[in-house]
Ligand binder design. Sequence first.
Ligand code: SF4
Ligand code: MG
Length: 327
Amino acid sequence: TEKLLQVKNLKKYFNVSRKDVLKAVDGVTFDVYKGETLGLVGESGCGKSTTGRTIIRLYDPTEGEVIFDGQDVGGKLNRNEKKNLSKRMQMIFQDPYASLNPRMMVKDIIAEGIDIHHLAKSPKERIERVYEMLETVGLNREHANRYPHEFSGGQRQRIGIARALAVDPDFIIADEPISALDVSIQAQVVNLMQELQEKQGLTYLFIAHDLSMVKHISDRVGVMYLGNMAELASSDDVYGHPLHPYTQSLLSAIPVADPKIERTRERIILEGDVPSPIDPPSGCRFRTRCPFAMDICAKVRPKWHEAEKNHWVACHLHDEEIKTENV
Ligand code: SF4
Ligand code: MG
């Protein structure tokens, strides 16, 4: 499978005061393959949204590389280059109400990208494209002249999806697209996204705060902790055979629906809170909460490496070199 996106050692720092730097994303490396859904999971403040926003250049990277379809899009980009990127990469936001301008009619919200990229040759073509998008996401043309507040949360997220798809992108970054929706609506939006992916050959980076949300949509899953990537593998491996203690703790916190199914994993309860990304722990960032922390974990940052085939992890427990040194 071909790589659509390659992210290498990406960093995004924010100066929060004269002396404090918030290391929101601090060296993450991963690929996204054409046509797949990569779930990106972690607690709030772990840097998952910042990762998405830096890839799509809502933020400029502090360091690192972003290669999209063979092109370097992580460096200095002028306005035109950013515009071109936005034709191929689009974002769907968490709060479908806050992300839709309340004073704009739905047709103009959806046509924003069509206008920016001059994709319609006439007003007629423009409105036809809007109607087509509305129907694509399960709404209809009568909705075109209404305002966002006239819609339910689920419908508003459909409008957000229509807006993103209107420019015919290849890659969608969905930042917690279902977190703000009622549970009964979440599956509908996920199903719609999956249908659209199949029909239009889309690639998704699907950001969520817990593993259960991305289970059914992701081909692979990446788990972030405090600005770092902890683990990344196929969904089967992440859910069935997690290597990183953090992933294991997240999974052991998910309640098992059927009481007859016994837990095969030992329950790991994490103590303490996530430390501040302004002053993160030395070595492994997870060490202050890790039940398996060793001396080396405070001294050396664990290497991001492929511990098993297509299974990436950053943990000394799974680093062969460290293991042999410690024997
Ligand atoms: Fe725990 Fe050490 Fe692995 Fe970090 S490197 S997850 S502290 S065992
Ligand atoms: Mg977020």
